[in-house]
Design a protein around this ligand. Structure first.
Ligand code: UD1
Ligand code: CA
Length: 462
């Protein structure tokens, strides 16, 4: 069995992005560009994955997290050919084929790459190129063929003459190459071109000159090979990716009331018969169950919801774990570390952070619940605040089952309330409340008879 190695080119700055950040860390649908080819490369289970980084190398490495990659640094960006040459040392005791991917071509699929490698091997080819016919080939390297259809070389947009510019078959920047030939050919490259760079595609001309076999796999769906060089392309690709995700969701039984304003990231899953309203953003590792309803204006990150959950208009939810039948909103803010058990209701202008709320408990109006554990079937009255922060440390509030918290209550944490307790409205709770007790901490009400009339007369005299 021949070995397969992968090289991902990601050292360029991406000048056309006009960014201080390296191009490949810009996000497409919430995921840094570099992670797209990387993920696909991993699917192929190659012997080795080498990424060539240079501009903003540390930031690119960070974006890749814990992935198993051999990093190679191209200190000066002298061109794609030079970039691949930088990886030579990592393939000294390697014999087989190298698959070269571009960090800025995100939509390429595993099956396309698998068929590229398969074709390369079946044909015993030296260089196999992925190409496509584009309606607008501008900016891409063009494939030059002789009268018999054999590839003779590739010319870059900036080096092409007028008739070459009319060629609509473009180089995807993705190649399967015999390892030995590759590094020999790269050593012979020159930078005698408009950009003064060492072009990787020039190995194709070299292969033709030395009568090596050159094969092409022409893509039926050119979408896959589109590269990102500028922000406008990023936005357009974001839109087409979004359309694809939306279509997939609708096909799987999800209703999107306004697909044009529905932004759902790749990794999100939504269960059947869920209905999603306009201006909904679901991102990260969000999971939504079946028959859920999102009214609209929802911004949801890394959260899990069971079935039959209802998110009413205007909610911001991050890092929430909600069971079946939960209702949130309108106008609610759920922050990381929140667990909402079955049928919990979190209502308008309620913020919950790092708290667990038990089955059937309700906090329907104007509350802040932070660093708190609440049992089941309790009711948190309007205007309840957990005072969890003393300027230095956060403290916990614990509220039991079936507790009735009167409106406008403050819990000065750390404090605990036993099961079945009642808190009188307007109380400031500073000490633990025993189970079954009524806690009252407000000043007793008194009446001063005739006070109003005396007050008025005093003013009339003035
Ligand atoms: C490249 C190809 C072009 C092809 C197109 C497809 C070259 C010379 N041209 O052009 O034929 O049609 O891709 O998308 O290869 N990079 C480095 N080091 C460098 C330069 C670039 O690592 O010194 C990396 C970039 O980070 C990027 C990739 O190589 O990920 C491609 O570079 P880019 O400058 O975008 O090449 P294109 O002009 O798009
Ligand atoms: Ca490019």
């Amino acid at each position: 069995m021949q070995q397969l190695g992968v090289i991902i080119l990601a050292a360029g700055r991406g000048k056309r992005m006009r960014s201080d950040r390296p191009k490949v860390v810009h996000c497409l649908n919430g995921v840094p560009l570099i992670l797209y080819p990387l993920g696909i490369a991993q699917e192929l289970k190659p012997a080795k994955i080498v990424a060539v980084v240079g501009y903003g190398a540390e930031e690119v490495k960070r974006a890749c997290g814990e992935e198993e990659i051999t990093w190679v640094v191209q200190n000066e960006q002298l061109g794609t050919g030079h970039a691949v040459l930088c990886a030579r040392e990592t393939f000294t005791d390697f014999s087989g084929d190298l698959l070269i991917l571009s960090g800025d071509v995100p939509l390429i699929t595993g099956s396309t790459l698998a068929s590229l490698v398969r074709h390369h091997r079946e044909q015993k080819s030296t260089v196999t190129l992925l190409t496509a016919h584009l309606e607008e080939p501008f900016g891409y390297g063009r494939i030059l063929r002789d009268s018999t259809g054999h590839v003779v070389r590739i010319t870059e947009e900036r080096d092409a003459n007028e008739s070459e510019k009319k060629i609509d078959e473009v180089n995807a920047g993705i190649y399967a190459v015999a390892c030995e030939f590759l590094f020999t050919a790269l050593k012979g490259l020159t930078n005698n071109n408009q950009q003064g760079e060492f072009y990787l595609p020039d190995i194709v001309g070299e292969a033709a000159r030395s009568k090596k076999r050159i094969e092409t796999v022409v893509m039926a769906h050119p979408q896959e090979i589109l590269g990102i060089n500028a922000r406008e392309e990023l936005a357009m690709m974001e839109r087409s990716l979004q359309e694809k995700i939306n279509r997939r969701l609708m096909e799987s039984g999800v209703t999107l009331k306004d697909p044009l304003t529905t932004y759902i990231e790749e990794r999100v899953t939504v269960g059947k018969d869920s209905v999603i309203g306009p201006n909904t953003h679901l991102s990260g590792r969000t999971v939504l169950g079946e028959r859920c309803q999102i009214d609209g204006n929802a911004y949801v990150v890394d959260s899990r919801f069971g079935d039959d959950v209802h998110l009413k208009f205007n909610v911001v939810i991050n890092g929430c774990d909600a069971a079946d039948g939960v209702e949130v909103g309108p106008f609610a803010h759920i922050r990381p570390g929140t667990e909402l058990k079955g049928n919990v209701h979190i209502g308008s202008f309620v913020e919950v952070k790092n708290s667990t709320v038990g089955n059937g408990t309700k906090a329907n109006h104007l509350s802040y619940i932070g660093d708190t554990v609440i049992g089941q079937e309790s009711n948190i009255g309007a205007g309840t605040i957990t005072c969890n922060y003393d300027g230095f440390d956060k403290h916990r509030t614990t509220i039991g089952d079936r507790v009735q918290v009167g409106s406008n209550t403050q819990f000065v944490a750390p404090v605990a309330v036993g099961n079945d307790a009642y808190i009188g409205a307007g109380s400031t709770v500073t000490r633990d409340v025993p189970p079954g007790a009524l806690a009252l901490s407000r000043v007793a009400q008194k009446h001063i008879a005739g006070w109003v009339e005396r007050f008025r007369q005093m003013h009339r005299k003035k």
